[in-house]
Design a protein around this ligand. Structure first.
Ligand code: ADP
Ligand code: MG
Ligand code: ZN
Length: 187
């Protein structure tokens, strides 16, 4: 039997990591075996844990690529009941086949990541995973400009980094489409 593939997505601060770790905790409470992964690039709060913006954390295996994720997964020994991958948008597109293959072992796969870059463009890895997922959970944030619970985009304040540029509120805020447009016109 195949495991289930769930994708948790939305803009920054929409509670993706919180939701991911909530699912992880449910398996943990049920004494199921889990493995949590995160890409090496995300070192905002910790080098070896997955951490939410409210500082809830769980230990993770840090991997540099989808290849390394596969290697670590197949070296763990006993097959886990579920695996969890945070910041999945940072992975190369090969992550799609790696995770699909893992579900074929009967392992449930949960991944969380941004659906779009701050340019309002899809992230390939997340977009493809959403397409093949059994369930997609789209989260919203509170728009940091108008205060409505309709924030679907991440806006990047003026800095010199590129599309991949890890940071917190000093660089990115969650906004609704209307506030995104107004901010973009001002910049
Ligand atoms: P994500 O992984 O999507 O970036 P987290 O799960 O790490 O989000 O953090 C979600 C938490 O961020 C919320 O529970 C809330 O305390 C906090 N937060 C900060 N700014 C916002 C915002 N604009 N909208 C919603 N939550 C926010
Ligand atoms: Mg997160
Ligand atoms: Zn707004």
């Amino acid at each position: 039997r195949y495991g289930k593939l769930t994708v948790i997505t939305g803009p920054m601060y929409s509670g993706k990591t919180t939701e991911l770790l909530n699912f992880a905790e449910i398996y943990d409470l049920g004494r199921k075996k889990i493995v949590i992964f995160k890409p090496a690039i995300d070192n905002r709060y910790s080098a070896e844990d997955v951490v939410t913006h409210k500082f809830f954390k769980m230990p993770a295996k840090v991997v540099a690529s989808s290849d390394e994720l596969a290697r670590v997964y197949y070296s763990v020994g006993e097959r886990p009941d579920a695996i969890f991958v945070d910041e999945v948008h940072f992975f190369d597109e090969a992550i799609v086949d790696v995770l699909k293959k893992i579900t074929s072992d009967g392992v449930d796969v949960y991944c969380a990541g941004l659906d779009m870059s701050y340019l309002w463009e899809p992230f390939e890895a997340t977009a493809k995973l959403m397409a093949i997922a059994d369930e997609v959970i789209k989260k919203k944030a509170v728009c940091e400009i108008c205060g409505e619970y309709n924030g679907t985009l991440s806006f990047k304040k003026k800095t010199n980094g590129g599309v991949i540029d890890v940071g917190g509120k000093e660089k990115y805020i969650a906004v609704c489409k209307d506030c995104y447009r107004e901010l973009s016109l001002k910049e």
